[in-house]
Write a new protein. Structure first.
Ligand code: TEU
Ligand code: CA
Length: 557
């Protein structure tokens, strides 16, 4: 865990390793590819790279199914490549954050293979086994990716739990030997010089002792996993122990991915009298566009919901992670902005709306170029296990193929997983070989080379915002206060430190709007520090007219 001041300065950049840069032209991004792009990342100004899992894996869930925690997947390189990456990143003042996936392993992990063999060996209790009930699954619990969360193994005549795919059996954290094995894995990577852990699905590691059938809503076959499982009774005991055993006194930045966690529950992870994690990824704002079929519904977010969520979390925690996109989500410009006429304007606005909030910003690769959803034309072009399962589930539920594909196009996790668009050459400069997933068709228009030469580009705007954040203490240490909470087009807030203020105004609509600032601000002393329409609104005014997706930040001294 880092000192408070240290961690507040970090700006984290998530690298989806298989889609960032391919160095040996086999169509898959790799560690040497990241090394090739360190200059780019340094110029962008980010201070830490979160690498999605690079361990040995059969890749059923793109590496989130780990079969050996201490071996680099050969498709990404070797441990020497990894050490070189750490060394070269450090030389540029950039840290490396590893993805720690310890809610489950792959079914190809040696622990699981041994666990399947019998109920009385060293690994028998590394996973969660239950006896059949009435000749079937122990309960009606469902998996995140669809179907039952229980899978039968005849050698034990028992079922094991898998909250995700059946190739991802859940680990049994009640077993102290398992916990020690995980702590050893963490020490191994700390000894390789890493600077942080992003802990996958960490809110799910404490399972109930007794599983029960949960009530089912009409027409649904399986119970949602999170009601019974998220934030289980032993969770904080485990995280305290992990902190004492591994993290205490070390300069390691930690962020826990915590699906289904409320603000009150979140506070417990960040309890300063007994620290567990530096920050968490909460999901509330990711649910703003859920509908009848949960995430896979044809629903557009409402700004009022997004604002409410931002403001509540800012209010409830003094520090947290700030994010809009990652490898599990659609592209932010397509989802919260406009991927057509106002792509560039809205991409910049979303950057300001996140980078100027209080907290540690997480930028997802390609968002700094304004990359968009991939809109593949056929389900066969999608690779993601969740996408494919959900598509079939929608059709089984009676939806026609057209509509199901439409929903996949707007919500699929693959939207964020297409190759980085570096230039306009075939395969976008990501590789010269056919990549593992298709490049977005718009790569000739949207790519790093175009952005690089344009001082008005989305990329240049990110660089500016990051510079401002680094050079203005108020953007890090300042308080956060929402402004105009009921405005349905504008997300506005104030950062405040001593007598200094920064007012941030972000329009989320594709037309001109009038904005009335509450009248308690001394608009005379204001100066614009940055905006996405350089020549507009150079001063803060009581009544302002904002262009589509306009964003401005003003300082008041
Ligand atoms: O995601 C955990 C998680 O909460 C998922 O529900 C995720 O949000 C879902 O895919 C959204 O529909 C983590 C990883 O980030 C994800 O890539 C993995 O597939 C998952 O864990 C299993 O390891
Ligand atoms: Ca490669």
């Amino acid at each position: 865990m880092m000192s408070n001041q240290g961690k507040k300065k970090e700006i984290v950049y998530e690298i989806y390793v298989q889609s960032f840069q391919d160095s040996n032209n086999d169509g898959i991004g790799d560690l040497r590819g990241i090394i090739q792009r360190l200059d780019y990342l340094q110029k962008l100004g980010v201070t830490m790279l979160w690498l999605t899992p690079i361990y040995q894996s059969p890749m059923v869930d793109n590496g989130y199914d780990i079969s050996d925690y201490q071996t680099i997947n050969p498709i990404y390189g070797t441990i020497d490549d990894f050490d070189l990456l750490v060394q070269k990143a450090h030389r540029r003042g950039i840290g490396i954050m590893m993805d720690l996936v310890v809610n489950h392993t792959s079914d190809k992990h040696i622990w699981f293979k041994k666990s399947c063999q019998s109920a009385n060996n060293e690994y028998s209790d590394f996973y969660i086994w239950q006896n059949p009930v009435n000749g079937g699954a122990p309960t009606n619990l469902g998996s995140v990716f669809g179907g039952s969360a229980w899978e039968y193994v005849s050698s034990r005549n028992q079922y094991y739990l898998h909250l995700f795919s059946k190739q991802q059996p859940d680990l049994n954290w009640r077993n102290p030997n398992l916990r020690n094995a995980i702590y050893n894995v963490m020490r191994f990577w700390i000894n390789h010089g890493i600077d942080g852990f992003r802990m996958d699905s960490i809110s799910l590691i404490s399972k109930p002792k007794h599983f029960i059938n949960m009530p089912l809503s009409h027409g649904v076959k399986y119970a949602p996993y999170y009601r019974e499982i998220a934030n289980g009774s032993q969770l904080h005991k485990y995280l305290h122990e992990m902190f004492d055993e591994v993290l205490k006194g070390k300069s390691i930045l930690t962020v826990g991915e915590t699906p289904h966690t409320s603000i009150e529950q979140a506070q417990k992870y960040l309890n300063h009298s007994y620290p567990e994690l530096d920050m968490i990824f909460q999901f509330e704002h990711m649910h703003c566009d859920y509908g009848e079929y949960g995430r896979y519904s044809d629903v557009r977010f409402k700004l009022s919901d997004l604002k409410k969520s931002f403001n509540q979390w800012q209010n409830g925690l003094s520090w947290n992670s700030i994010y809009l996109g990652n490898h599990d989500q659609p592209r932010i410009v397509s989802r919260f902005g406009d991927e057509h006429i106002y792509r560039e304007k809205s991409a910049k606005m979303l950057a300001m709306a996140t980078l100027f909030q209080r907290g540690t910003p997480f930028i997802y690769q390609g968002d700094e170029l304004g990359m968009t959803n991939c809109n593949f034309k056929s389900i066969d072009d999608y690779h993601d296990i969740e996408t494919r399962n959900k598509y079939h589930e929608l059709i089984e539920n009676g939806m026609d193929k057209h509509q199901a594909l439409k929903i996949i196009q707007i919500k699929s996790r693959d939207n964020g997983r297409t190759p980085m668009q570096w230039n306009d050459s075939k395969y976008a400069g990501f590789t010269t070989h056919k990549p593992w997933i298709s490049v977005n068709k718009n790569f000739q228009k949207i790519n790093e080379q175009c952005e690089e030469v344009d001082s008005e580009s989305v990329l240049s705007f990110y660089q500016e915002l990051i510079k401002l954040r680094k050079n203005n203490k108020i953007l890090i240490d300042g308080d956060f206060e929402p402004i105009s909470v009921n405005d349905s087009a504008i997300f506005a807030f104030m950062r405040k430190l001593g007598k200094q203020m920064i007012i941030v105004i972000c329009s989320f609509v594709d037309k001109k709007v009038q904005y009335n600032l509450p009248n308690n601000f001394k608009v005379e002393n204001s100066a614009k520090i940055i905006g996405n329409y350089a020549l507009k609104n150079s001063k803060l005014k009581q009544t302002m007219y904002l262009e589509p997706y306009e964003c401005d930040a003003f300082s008041i001294d």
